[in-house]
Every structure is written in structure tokens, then in C-alpha cells.
Ligand binder design. Structure first.
Ligand code: AMP
Ligand code: ZN
Length: 477
């Protein structure tokens, strides 16, 4: 499998550290509000990556943190804690906010068929781990205390910027527009590992530490949680592209300084979902959530299909018009499967199965090309092979795609059958169908007068007939 690696800036052949096994880490949500559908684009694409690796035979262990402390409202180490902001907004405690929005996040994931990672670790449950790693960083000379906080010293690294040829002055932490410079830092790119003195002294959650009562920085939590559960050599680290700098850059700095060797081999970054007016936001414009889409009548899996129709390394524009196109595509797929289910299934044709499956795998092996994988679904629907082969392929692909096309079609067919059965036991329907049958016979017998008479009787009863090549259909007004 070829996978684009932000660290090498090319598509690399994926080779895990240990044959047959994959360790995978995902930056989890900051649980101060609902996830917007942009956040969920990242989680959908990461879910596809995990499932495709499993589908390809790897034994995957995936770990995700929950950021319930330490994520500041600015990417620099200044600004208010996002959790505290959420708690103030809703007049609740930070832990109440964290619990509520963690549950809401997993409820959204369930609706979108996103699998829960094998390990989910809230940052507040790993404080000892953070203290252990920060202590070691200080002992190794990679961290220093200043003004009550512990900082990572980026000048101790031979290379700090990893993902891009960033110009340092464009990316200096703490000196971006509108952000105050932190005078404690020895170097502008240094970042906080542990706060004891913050401008925001009302921080609710604090822990005792060798450096005083305080709380961890955001970046240290992902390094520590990953190393705790996945060891010192990580295969894949995932996240949205905005996390590449400074978050992932800082994760690499502190993890490799702590470990003394290379930490993560592949960096998988999902590009952003934007709106026509630009960046997706939780505070301004329409706050686009899964629940909002549902309230407008959209099935969450249509949003999943919408995401799969484009490549994860291209930014994607959300509009209701684009989502409506995905609705049409989704309904068409289901309708095609409904007719497959009505046909005589026949036997699975192994050769056709293997050939069509190879197209699906070729798409995903090529840097997770999900839009071509969706095309492979259309190829199956159009193929000249038995319904049994097609249904077997669609069910097989759905392990990765998670679109529930076959179950949705089965449900639709069951509903059609139930409606037909209910209609069959209705005396009015029985009368209509008897008259339609009599009219068909009258036409066969060339008794057109009786046929017209029956049509008139039915019209009087509010029934409109339409003669089609598959027989007479009717609607009741
Ligand atoms: P957060 O809850 O802010 O920590 O973000 C959760 C995940 O969503 C991270 O992986 C972010 O990089 C990602 N993310 C944030 N905004 C977007 C967006 N507009 N499109 C796609 N992913 C995003
Ligand atoms: Zn992270």
C-alpha cells in the first residue's frame, strides 16, 4: 500500500515496524463542544484507513486520546483553556462538560459508522505519565523551568520543523498576530509542557507535580498516551492537517527527545472541510453538526459517502447542494441493490469476484483513494455477473466503506413487502385489484366497453390507472 507521509512529503510504501501488526494513534477531540462535520471528516477518513488496514490482514491497535484538559484557545501557549471556556458558557463544571461532549462525540461516531478505537484515554486519567515524561525531559536537558512553567527547549534539537519547509518567522509560536509573546521562553518556538503559572488562574483542574500545582500542556498528552499504549515505535499517527504544526511538530520533538530515537514512521493528515465562506467554525455562521444534518432530513451515512467521494488530501467544500448530490447517489445505489435482492441470486462467480475486488483494493492501495473505491462499487453494480456475486462484493467492501448499502436495501425491501402485505389484506385494495384483473381479462377478450366501464368505476372510487409495460399500476387519490 502506498500512503502519503507528511514527514517525507511523498507517497511511501507502507511497511509496519512489526510484520502483520500496525500501531496507530489518533488525536482525539477536544470535548468542549459538539464536533463539527469538519472534525468528523478527519475521523471518517482515519476510520477508513484503520478498516482498510484490517481488511488487508493487519492486526491493528489504535489509540485515541480525549482532550479534556490543556487545549488552549490559541495554537500558541497563550489563550484561555478551551474546556474552561465551554464550562463557563454552559455554567457547568469542566468534568461535566467533558462527559457530555465525549458521549456526544461517540454518538456521532456511531451514526457515521466510525469504529471506536481499541483504547480511548482521557488526558485527565494520564497525569502520572505526563509527569514521568516531563521529569525525564528535564533530566536529559530538553526542558527548563521559567516563570513557574516547564518549557521544551527547541534549541536542543538538530531539526525542529518536520512537515514543511516552514520559514521560522511565519510560524513562530507565540508571536502570531494578536497573540502576546511569552517572555519566559528562551526560544520563540519553545512550548509549555506543564503550567503552574497561567494568566488564567481560574483553571479548574489542577494536579500536584514536582514543579508545583498545575496542569499539562496539550502536546505532551498525545506523546505520552501514544507511548504508554503503543510503545516507543509508532507506525502511523493521524490527525487533521491543522495539527501538523505546532501540535504534531511538538509531539515529535518531545517524544524523540524522551526516547532518544525516531518515534513515528508515517504521518497521515486529513485536509480540511470548508464552507463556501471559508473555515468551518463552532462559534460563527451555521454550526454544522451531525444532529443539524439529521434535523434537515439527511441520513448521516450520506455525509459519510460525501466524504468518501473525494480524496483525503484535498480540501473539500461543504454545501447543501453538494450533499444533495450525495443523497441522489446514495439512493440510487440502494435502489440498484433492492432490484438485485429481488432477482434470482444464482451462485457466486469467484473469478468475477476476485477481479472486481482487485479494483477496489487497487484504489485504496493507492494512497487511500476512496473516490475510486466508490467507483469500484458502481463497477460491481454494472458488472455482467450474478446478483450473488454482486451482493457478496458489496458486503465485503462495506467492511471498509461503512455505508450500509446492503442492509439499507434489505430494510427498504422488507418495508415494501410489509406495505404490500398490509395492502393485500385491505378489502378496498382487494376490490381494486379484482377490478384491475377483470379489466385485463376484458381487454384480452377485446371487450373494450367493459374495460372502459371498469376504469370509470375505479375513477369514481378515486383510483387512477396507469397502463405500463409491466401491467397496470394505480394510485389512490
Ligand atoms: P479538535 O477537537 O479541535 O481537537 O479537533 C479534532 C480533529 O478535527 C483534529 O484532528 C483536527 O485536526 C480536525 N479538524 C479540525 N477542523 C477540521 C476541518 N475543518 N476539517 C477536517 N478536520 C478538521
Ligand atoms: Zn494530538
Amino acid at each position: 500500500m502506498l500512503l502519503y507521509n507528511s514527514a517525507t512529503r511523498r507517497r511511501d510504501e507502507f511497511v509496519p515496524n512489526e510484520a502483520g501488526k500496525v500501531s496507530m494513534y489518533t488525536c482525539g477531540p477536544t470535548v468542549y463542544h459538539y464536533a463539527h462535520i469538519g472534525n468528523l471528516r478527519s475521523y471518517i477518513m482515519e476510520d477508513i484507513l484503520e478498516k482498510y488496514l484490517r481488511y488487508s490482514g493487519y492486526d491493528v491497535k489504535r489509540v485515541m486520546n480525549i482532550t479534556d484538559v490543556g487545549h488552549l484557545s490559541s495554537d500558541a501557549d497563550t489563550g484561555e483553556d478551551k474546556m474552561l471556556k465551554g464550562a463557563k458558557r454552559e455554567k457547568k463544571s469542566v468534568m461535566e462538560i467533558a462527559k457530555f461532549y465525549t458521549d456526544a462525540f461517540f454518538a456521532d461516531c456511531a451514526k457515521l459508522n466510525i469504529k471506536i478505537p481499541d483504547v480511548v484515554a482521557p488526558a485527565t486519567t494520564c497525569i502520572d505519565e505526563f509527569i514521568k515524561v516531563i521529569t525525564e525531559l528535564i533530566n536529559k536537558g530538553f526542558a527548563y523551568e521559567a516563570g513557574g512553567n516547564i518549557y521544551f527547549d527547541t534549541s536542543k534539537l538538530s531539526q525542529y520543523y518536520i512537515f514543511n519547509d516552514f520559514k521560522e518567522e511565519d510560524l513562530e509560536v507565540g508571536v502570531r498576530e494578536g497573540v502576546e509573546e511569552d517572555g519566559n521562553k528562551k526560544n520563540k518556538a519553545d512550548f509549555v509542557l506543564w503550567f503552574t503559572k497561567s494568566k488564567f488562574d481560574d483553571q479548574e483542574l489542577k494536579w500536584d507535580s514536582p514543579w508545583g500545582v498545575g496542569y499539562p500542556g496539550w502536546h505532551i498528552e498525545c506523546s505520552c498516551i501514544s507511548m504508554k499504549h503503543l510503545g516507543g515505535s509508532l507506525d502511523i499517527h493521524c490527525g487533521g492537517i491543522d495539527n501538523a504544526f505546532p501540535h504534531h511538530t511538538n509531539e515529535i520533538a518531545q517524544s524523540e527527545a524522551y526516547l532518544g530515537h525516531k518515534w513515528c514512521n508515517y504521518w497521515f493528515h486529513v485536509h480540511h472541510l470548508n464552507t463556501n465562506s471559508g473555515k468551518m467554525s463552532k462559534s460563527s455562521g451555521e454550526f454544522l453538526t451531525v444532529s443539524l444534518l439529521e434535523s434537515k432530513g439527511y441520513d448521516p451515512l450520506v455525509y459519510r459517502l460525501f466524504c468518501l467521494q473525494s480524496h483525503y488530501r484535498k480540501s473539500l467544500v461543504f454545501s447543501y447542494e453538494n450533499l444533495d448530490n450525495a443523497v441522489v447517489a446514495y439512493n440510487k445505489m440502494i435502489a440498484r441493490v433492492v432490484s438485485l435482492l429481488k432477482d434470482d441470486a444464482g451462485e457466486v462467480d469467484r473469478a468475477a469476484f476476485d477481479e472486481l475486488k482487485a479494483r477496489f483494493c487497487a484504489a485504496l492501495d493507492n494512497d487511500l483513494n476512496t473516490s475510486l473505491a466508490v467507483t469500484a462499487v458502481y463497477d460491481v453494480l454494472k458488472a455482467k455477473t450474478t446478483p450473488a456475486t454482486k451482493l457478496a462484493l458489496l458486503e465485503d467492501f462495506d467492511y471498509v466503506l461503512g455505508l450500509d448499502i446492503v442492509p439499507a436495501a434489505k430494510k427498504q425491501l422488507d418495508e415494501e413487502k410489509a406495505a404490500a402485505a398490509a395492502a393485500a389484506s385491505d378489502p378496498f385494495i382487494q376490490e381494486i385489484e379484482a377490478l384491475i384483473a377483470e379489466r385485463a381479462q376484458a381487454k384480452k377478450d377485446k371487450n373494450y366497453a367493459r374495460a372502459d366501464e371498469i376504469r370509470a368505476i375505479l375513477t369514481d372510487k378515486g383510483v387512477t390507472l396507469v397502463d405500463t409495460s409491466q401491467g397496470t399500476k394505480y394510485t389512490i387519490n
